[in-house]
Structure formats: C-alpha cells, structure tokens
Design a protein around this ligand. Structure first.
Ligand code: G6P
Ligand code: MN
Length: 446
C-alpha cells in the first residue's frame, strides 16, 4: 500500500509516521512518498523519520519528491496537509484581523476566511490532479480550514475525499473520562461543522450519561471544556461545545487576549519552526530529539491565550500529547483498506444528516467507515442556536468557494462581512484590502 503525503516537509509528519510504524498488520502502508515544495524541509523531516525507523524491521520505506504529479501517480491514499503561505501567512492572517479588532485565528472568523481564500484554489488543483492521475485513491484532508477545504475538493472527488480533525475525538475522550466511561465503546452524539460542533450526548449501554455530567458542577469543572467555558454555561447549553467555540462564546475575551499577547500563535510557531528547520541543517543535530523537544513546547502552548482569558490554568497533562489526529488517519485508512467497519467523527458530505443544510454541504458527524468509504450516521437534530451558527458559517464558506471560483473581490468582501464574528461591512472591506496587499496567493481576487 502506498501513501502519498502532500505537505510532507511539515512539522507534524513524524506523528503520522510514528502511527504507521506501530501498524504491523497485513495490508499496512509499506511505502510513503513525501511531497513538498521545499526540498530543505523535506530533507529535515526525512531525517527525523529515519531516526524513528531505526530498529523497526518492517518500517515503511520513505521517498521524497518536489514533483506533485510524480507523487500522486500510483498512490492508494493521499494525505493532504499543506499550508499555503506558510506560518508567515498564518501570522499575517492573525495580525491583520486583530488590528481591525476582530478575531485573528487560523480557522475561525476573519483569519480562517483569509486562509480559506488562499488555500481553496490550491486544494482544487490538487483534487483535479488526483482525479486524473490517481482516480482510485482515497484522499484524507488535514489541510485547514478542514471542512471548507474538504468541501472544495469534494466538488471534484466526491466521497473519495474525507476530512479529518482530532478535536471531536479529543472532546469525546475527555467527556468519557470525566464520566468514567470507556471512550472506545461509548456512542458519541456529536455534530456540526469542523471546529464548530457540539457533543449532545454520550451513550453507554443505551443510556445517555451526559445529563449526569451536566448535573454535577464538580465533574463539569474537571476537564478542559469545563474550565474553558465554565460549568454554568455548559449547563445552559445542555451540550459540550468543541473548544473552538470559545472564540464565539467568549469572543471579546479571546480577541483581547490575542491582542495583548506578546505574539500571536502563528508568529510564535513561525519563529519556533524556523528555528527547528535551521537546527536541522546542522548534519550532527540529533533529528528525533530536536523534533520531540520542539513538539512538546508546541503542544504545551496550544490555545494558551484562551485558557489564560478563561482562567482555566494549565492544560491537563493527558491532553498535552497531540489529540491524536494521526490515530484518526490510521484508523480511517485501516477501515477502508481492510473493510474493517469502525465509527469515526469525520468531515463528509451531509446527505440527509443535518436537515438545516443541503446534501452537498460538508459537515462533521459520526460516520461508519468501511471499504466503501465514510457513511454519515443519523444524529439528533441541532438545537436552534447551533443550527443558526452552522447555517451562518456554512453560508460564509459558500461565499469563499464562490470567490475562489470567480476571483471576485466583491464576493470575498461578502464572505468576511457575513461572518458572525465580523461586525461591519466597512471592516470586511478593509480586511480584503489588508489581506490582498500582503498575500501573493490572493492576487487572483479582482
Ligand atoms: C488542533 C486542531 C487542528 C490544528 C491543531 C494544531 O488539533 O484540531 O486543526 O491544526 O490543533 O494547532 P496549532 O495552533 O498547534 O497549529
Ligand atoms: Mn482541526
């Protein structure tokens, strides 16, 4: 089995390779092709992977290339984990929004729209090439904003593209742990869009255990989302929101914390990652140890400003290990490759799952996965407050897709202006001016 990873020089690659190294079953991935535009980053990551493979006799063989078509030909699975404009672009997305007094974040609000406008044309080009060069391949999209990018690719690849995120699994695991339930056997009723979803139930042996959690302030305050949102708000909602909803429910506090921070997340990561890749240019640098130290620092600071704004304190040590998106990816590939039926929360086309959205809308919901792909499962309907947000944000995503298609600047302005976290059309216009003046990848907007 051959897996091609786009964005193969990316920092999180060793997580994926580490998961593959633990898979010894028949039909596992035996060959990994890394593609990246930057040969230096590819070489750095290839060194980390070589360290990881030491002493593992059946380690998947790794090759690298900067030729996209070559990377795609013959692939059984394609992971897309690209970052158009790099971390420098992410930092600019944040900075320009925060200067206008609105949220600057990778996937939410103005920052997410800017990132989407840059990424969709590139993702569409990849999807077209996959359709031509590897029509039987399954595409697993990690590229953020993951829901929007998956929908853009699905227009060319249909159900052959599946979007993944680790935040719903992480949330499910934390809620299960708080309830003393087994996260692997509990049924998690979660639905929404990527980074905009709610856990509305957790069933153990047919009984919903969530009411027990909502009734217990101490239990509610014991895990990440309880600390971030506060027990009272979770009780009012009657559900546990994805942590990214902190940007909506506590928008002022989040914006202020981000404005006052010494550095935005993107600026911090830009500096940190640049240091890592520079260190890796020294031939004597211990590749795996250098990577691991950088990873630990990156994870320890994840959403630090939100936690600070909420007075939530340190993140639970059990959450410092990455939420496990590589495990989601591996579980998804195995279920498809071996027809081993499993349930995962994934980004797929809606069909009839959420009645407030049309069939083509990519949503994030529990899915049965088998050799035929991911099949969304019916979930409880969204309550009106959640349906309202989901519909508003999906409408924005559709404007982003339309702007990427037509190159219309007016449509891009509409996308920003309609977002619930952008409070003025004037601001939306200035955001488009600001973003187009710094991002070469937005030159297509006229
Ligand atoms: C979570 C999100 C991902 C995001 C990741 C890393 O896992 O679900 O979408 O890419 O965090 O965030 P960071 O700020 O460390 O890049
Ligand atoms: Mn995510």
């Amino acid at each position: 089995m051959r897996l091609t990873i786009l964005g193969g020089g990316g920092f999180r690659l060793p997580l994926v390779y580490g998961a593959l190294l633990g898979d010894h079953a028949e039909g596992r991935i035996t060959q990994v092709t890394l593609h990246d535009l930057d040969a230096g980053r590819l070489a750095a990551i290839a060194r980390v992977l070589a360290d990881q493979a030491k002493g593992v006799p059946d380690a998947p063989r790794v090759t690298v290339t900067t030729d996209l078509d070559e990377a795609l030909r013959g692939a059984d699975f394609v992971f897309s984990a690209i970052r158009v404009g790099g971390l420098e672009g992410r930092a600019a997305d944040e900075r320009i929004a925060l200067a206008e007094g609105v949220l600057g974040q990778e996937t939410v609000g103005a920052g997410g729209i800017a990132y989407g406008l840059r990424t969709v044309p590139v993702a569409v080009d990849i999807a077209r090439r996959v359709a031509r060069l590897a029509p039987d391949a399954w595409v697993i999209n990690f590229t953020n904003p993951a829901g929007l990018v998956t929908e853009a690719m699905a227009r060319h690849l249909g159900d052959r593209v599946i979007g993944i995120c680790d935040s719903p699994v992480g949330l499910g695991r934390r809620v299960a742990r708080a309830l003393g339930a087994d996260p692997d056997t509990a049924w998690i009723d979660y639905a929404g869009l990527n980074h905009l979803g709610w856990l509305r139930g957790l069933r153990v042996e047919g009984r919903d255990e969530l009411p027990r959690l909502l009734a217990d302030p101490e239990l509610l305050g014991s895990f990440e989302e309880g600390k971030l949102f506060g027990p009272d708000w979770l009780r009012s909602l009657g559900a546990i929101p994805n942590e990214y909803l902190h940007y909506y429910y506590f928008n002022r506090e989040a914006v202020r914390a981000y404005q006052e921070a010494k550095q935005t997340r993107g600026a911090f990561l830009h500096e940190q990652q640049a240091r890592f890749y520079a260190e890796m240019e020294r031939p004597d640098a211990p590749a795996l140890a250098t990577w691991d130290r950088t990873r630990a620092e990156r994870e320890a600071t994840y959403m630090a400003h939100n936690r600070e704004a909420a007075g939530a304190g340190e993140r639970d040590a059990r959450d410092l290990e990455s939420g496990g998106y590589e495990q989601v990816a591996l579980a998804l590939m195995r279920a498809i490759a071996h027809n081993r039926r499993t349930t995962l929360i994934l980004n797929v086309r809606n069909r009839m799952t959420l009645s407030v959205l049309d069939e083509e809308a990519v949503v994030e919901v529990p899915c049965f996965v088998d050799a035929n792909g991911a099949h969304p499962v019916s979930v409880s309907p969204l309550p009106p407050h959640a349906a309202g947000l989901v519909c508003a944000v999906k409408a924005v995503e559709r404007e982003v897709l339309a702007a990427a298609d037509s190159g219309s600047r007016a449509t891009a302005v509409k996308a920003f202006a309609l977002h619930p976290l952008v409070d003025s059309v004037t601001v939306a216009r200035r955001l488009v001016d600001g973003y187009t003046s710094v991002h070469p990848a937005l030159a297509y907007l006229r």
